[in-house]
Design a protein around this ligand. Structure first.
Ligand SMILES: [Zn+2]
Length: 323
């Protein structure tokens, strides 16, 4: 709505909406209903320009915003947000937006200053994690940071969905009912996903409920769905995995006879491959159980291109490998 061309479109659309309501009113006795339809479509014509960071956040905003928003995501599938440095073009996309939604909790570690700057310049900037209570957040040893990977607990992601609905309604109160309706429908989907995942995880025997990955993206997932989580790296990918860490983990995997470990779509498989080789050297035959979506979901248009689809893929991959 910052560009004059959009205002023109809005005016034309409003005129068309007005004209069509006149035409229909003449042919229909139920004037009241027809008029309220026309009013509604006139209200829907202003597209809110939203810029997001990860494609997990993009998917969330698209679900809550529906047709009223046009979302530009900066990071596509396979992009690691911990290391992501925005280009000049990205900064422009953030500045041109009506609203910016990002994950927060330092996930977008190299972008913090930009969010502060564009917020000060007057753009509405929201961290979708901002309403999650500190008691619900997990922290990691020695860092003093909260773990940012909240989306792998569907219940916490419901809190993020509420923040998006609030942010959109504050900017665009005329369509707040539509955002509320979308929110309620999406919360129902997430609730089902949460319950379904819990049931599927319960089919894995207790001793195999261990999730070994390259980086610490699944603490919330493990906490919510009853798996112990072990990773070669800490929560950020901004550090090299040490040989000693790989050896320690290999010892534990072979002692506990853990069947499978997992690679991630946003991380090079090299460290996990080094880990499986180290375990096999100890005489235990561990396999790579599949690829998990961690800091990004899949390609748009595929079944894993939505949060719910990517989550379901992860659950099924883990269950199939560890059951
Ligand atoms: Zn991560």
């Amino acid at each position: 709505m910052k560009k004059p061309i959009i205002i023109t479109t809005v005016v034309i659309a409003a005129i068309i909406a007005g004209l069509s309501s006149t035409v229909f009113t003449q042919n229909n006795s139920s004037d009241e209903i027809i008029l309220s339809d026309a009013e509604q479509s006139a209200g829907n014509t202003e597209t809110i320009m939203v810029t997001t960071t990860t494609n997990v956040v993009t998917d969330l905003v698209e679900n809550i915003g529906g047709d009223n928003v046009s979302v530009t995501g900066l990071m596509g599938p396979g992009v690691d947000p911990h290391l992501y440095r925005p280009s000049a073009n990205d900064v422009k996309k953030l500045q041109d937006a009506d609203i910016v939604f990002y994950n927060g909790l330092d996930l977008e570690g190299k972008m913090g200053d930009i969010f502060v700057k564009i917020g000060r310049e007057g753009t509405a900037v929201w961290a979708v994690s901002e309403n999650i209570s500190h008691e619900s957040l997990l922290s990691l040893d020695n860092t003093g940071h909260f773990d940012p990977h909240i989306w792998w607990d569907a219940e916490l992601w419901m809190e993020a969905a509420k923040v998006v609905a609030t942010g959109l309604s504050e900017y665009d109160p005329e369509n707040s009912q539509a955002y509320e309706k979308n929110l309620q429908e999406y919360l129902t989907q997430l609730e089902e996903l949460d319950q379904d995942s819990l049931e599927k995880m319960n089919s894995i025997s207790q001793g195999q409920r261990v999730l070994v990955t390259a980086h610490d993206a699944f603490q919330y997932f493990g906490h919510a769905y009853g798996l112990e989580e072990m990773a070669i790296q800490g929560w950020s990918t901004d550090s090299e995995a040490g040989i000693r860490e790989i050896q320690n983990l290999a010892d534990e995997i072979s002692e506990r006879k853990i069947k499978a470990v997992f690679v991630e779509t946003t991380i090079s498989p090299a460290t996990i491959e080094a880990l499986t080789a180290a375990v096999q050297d100890k005489g235990h035959d561990v396999v790579i159980g599949g690829k998990l979506f961690s800091d990004a979901i899949g390609e748009k248009g595929t079944s894993e291109g939505t949060y719910v689809g990517a989550f379901t893929h992860n659950v099924e991959t883990i269950v199939n490998a560890l059951k």
